[in-house]
Design a protein around this ligand. Structure first.
Ligand code: ATP
Length: 306
């Protein structure tokens, strides 16, 4: 009996290790993406969030060598407001969100949350205060309920379902064979990009961070899915300081302020209406995207009639 028990027990151990490794995969990506030199200052206190005002002051940053990616970026997102960040590919938009998580330290300037320099507080308290809805969400090979509960391990079934409803993914889940107990991931049901993003939104709703970073998917979504995701994002960002890295300009129209990045600098800033009236870079981006969307629509009409 003992002969059988020992290997079985060992197998159980391996299984738990692998499961833990999968659970940690998201944090592992985060760890890989950041500079190993970053350490908490001795005796650093935890971040104290009052409302979650985020402030970048003249931030300069290079990943390596003297190729400067951010060349003096300043902005403030008042507590509970939404800032949309737009600009061409490579302008430095995602870099801003990596710096807010302190995956790297900046070369000069300051990043403050409610007046506290993020280099002066513990990294764990910083990461607990900031939630991220990434472009591409990692799903674990487990049930859909497990994947949502990852946002807060002690959430009840009712809370998981409420988060799914708010994230507009509850109907989809109920339509699957085993509902919340349906296995997803590599070996289970494959979810589309839009469905995965809504799972990420549900997770974030459970985590309920005061500050939120939304990295919008670049991939084209059909207009119904896009509407659903937009509604879900509006719900999750309510009452939270939100930075949206936007690829589709249609989603930034309602932002309190839009920052237009170009070559590591803030080229323009203002509301959608003000920036359109300015007739600069943003207006250009907007008109080009409108034309592309109209052309895509016309092409799909032709397809539908053929
Ligand atoms: P996109 O819209 O394509 O996502 P972006 O505006 O978000 O672009 P970033 O991802 O912030 O752009 O990248 C800005 C610049 O920094 C790019 O030129 C990129 O090549 C460079 N870069 C990004 N990550 C790294 C890294 N880990 N090491 C070195 N350079 C990097």
């Amino acid at each position: 009996m003992l002969q059988l028990y020992v290997p079985l027990n060992f197998l159980g151990f391996i299984y738990r290790e692998i499961k833990q490794a999968l659970l940690d995969i998201e944090s592992m990506f985060a760890v890989l993406a950041r500079d190993p030199e970053i350490k908490d200052k001795p005796g650093a206190p935890g971040l104290v969030v009052h409302g979650g005002t985020v402030r970048f002051e003249n931030v300069r940053f290079s990943y390596e060598g003297d190729r400067e990616i951010l060349k003096g970026v300043s902005f403030e997102v008042p507590a509970g407001r939404t800032l949309a960040i737009v600009g061409s590919s490579g302008a430095g938009k995602s870099t801003l969100s990596r710096l807010l998580f302190r995956f790297y330290d900046i070369s000069s300037g300051r990043i403050l949350i409610d007046g506290q320099d993020i280099r002066d507080v513990t990294q764990s308290s910083l990461r607990a205060a900031v939630g991220m809805v990434p472009q591409d969400t990692v799903l674990f090979n487990d049930t859909i309920a497990y994947n949502i509960r990852y946002g807060r391990q002690d959430a009840t079934d009712a809370e998981v379902e409420q988060a799914a409803r708010l994230a507009r993914i509850d109907d989809f889940i109920r339509s699957t064979p085993k509902g919340y107990r349906t296995e997803v991931g590599e070996r289970g049901l494959k979810l589309s990009g839009g469905e995965k993003q809504r799972v990420a939104i549900a997770r974030t709703l459970l985590k309920a961070p005061p500050i939120l970073v939304l990295d919008e998917a670049t991939s084209a979504l059909d207009s119904h899915t896009e509407r659903d995701i937009q509604d879900a994002l509006d719900t999750v960002s309510q009452g939270r300081t939100t930075l949206v890295i936007a690829h589709r300009l249609s989603t930034v129209v309602g932002a309190d302020e839009i920052l237009v990045m170009a070559d590591g600098r803030v080229a323009e800033r203002g509301s959608h209406a003000a920036l359109l009236a300015q007739g600069g870079l943003y207006a250009d981006l907007w008109h080009r995207q409108q034309e592309a969307e109209e052309a895509a629509l016309a092409a799909s009409d032709v397809e539908a009639t053929v």
